[in-house]
Write a protein that binds this ligand. Structure first.
Ligand code: C2E
Ligand code: CA
Ligand code: CA
Ligand code: CA
Length: 278
């Protein structure tokens, strides 16, 4: 596998996050960032485990902070959630990701870029107009719904009321829903029973546990997925051994540094020009 980008991202120091005024300041800066072109998306390929073919990508947000360098989402998504800025941020992410997918399709043809996975926050899912907003953006960019996978986490999917209404509506439109960080929540089986989903993403802690000789949660998860007719993707694959083990367990698709790190849109486009496999 090629190591495609060597970029490192700065994180805010832990002490800073605990500081209230620093948080308020960051919130004000984030508001500017959303309207002022400081956010950008990187894309991490999702590949077929048996031949390395690119099946799609996941969009991941970054903040080109004017003085602090490029910030990773873990340092500002929590602030966005607390301040309500996650709603305009989420809208920006979906709009930008859909426009990018449309551009790749125009450049490389209908099939080449595969599906696009987009992370959705709990707050997004609670917005009454969320599903309709997504549908409008699909139409605007001439995209069919089956090109999009929305990644949600377990706690979100369990929220009764509007969240479940939105999930059903999105799936009725033809979008797929993926359960992110699968296995790290507390009510996994209840959720699988109650909630409309299409795919589960094995959390990287389980992907990476295999080499330590711990009990193979990844084996149990693939059996569960197969029994329920769900697509399973393993995230955080860093070594050839992990990739081989997942393939032998029956996983079809995976994502991780072993195949490629998240990269700018033009780099992903270059990959689509090349052999389209990693
Ligand atoms: P996630 O959705 O679980 O995303 C996977 C994270 O794992 C990404 O970190 C990715 O860069 C990293 N990763 C990928 N492969 C490997 C690997 O092989 N090894 C290791 N150690 N890490 C790997 P990133 O981009 O920093 O994102 C962190 C989290 O921020 C995401 O976790 C997601 O929960 C959240 N996030 C990212 N973009 C968005 C967004 O647009 N909207 C929302 N609401 N949340 C986002
Ligand atoms: Ca994700
Ligand atoms: Ca994940
Ligand atoms: Ca994660």
């Amino acid at each position: 596998a090629k190591n495609l980008t060597g970029t490192t991202y700065l994180h805010y120091e832990a002490g800073m996050a605990a500081n209230g005024s620093e948080h308020a300041h960051l919130g004000a800066e984030l508001r500017e960032a959303i309207t002022g072109d400081q956010l950008f998306l990187v894309y991490q390929p999702i590949v077929s485990l048996d031949d390395g073919r690119i099946m799609g990508s996941e969009a991941l947000v970054r903040w080109a902070h004017p003085t602090r360098g490029t910030l990773a989402p873990d340092s500002f998504i929590p602030v966005a959630e607390r301040t309500g800025l996650i709603v305009p941020l989420g809208r920006w992410v979906i709009r930008t990701a859909f426009a990018q997918l449309a551009a790749w399709i125009a450049e490389h043809g209908e099939a080449a870029p595969g599906v696009l996975n987009v992370n959705v926050s709990a707050r997004d899912l609670r917005e009454p107009g969320f599903a309709d907003g997504v549908a409008a953006l699909l139409t605007e960019h001439h995209l069919t719904a089956d090109r999009i996978v929305l990644e949600i986490t377990e706690t979100m999917a369990l929220e009764p009321g509007q969240s479940v209404v939105n999930l059903h509506r999105l799936r009725a439109l033809g979008l797929r829903v993926s359960l992110d960080d699968f296995g790290t929540g507390h009510s996994t089986l209840t959720l699988l029973h109650d909630c409309p989903i299409d795919e589960i993403k094995l959390d990287r802690s389980f992907t990476q546990a295999e080499i330590d000789g711990r009990p193979p949660v990844s084996a149990a998860v693939i059996h569960l997925a197969q029994a329920l007719g769900l697509h399973a993707v393993a995230e955080g694959v860093e070594t050839a051994e992990q990739a081989e083990q997942l393939l032998s367990l029956g996983y079809i698709a995976a994502q991780g540094y072993y195949f490629a790190r998240p990269m700018p849109a033009d780099k992903f486009s270059e990959l689509l020009h090349e052999d389209r496999s990693l």
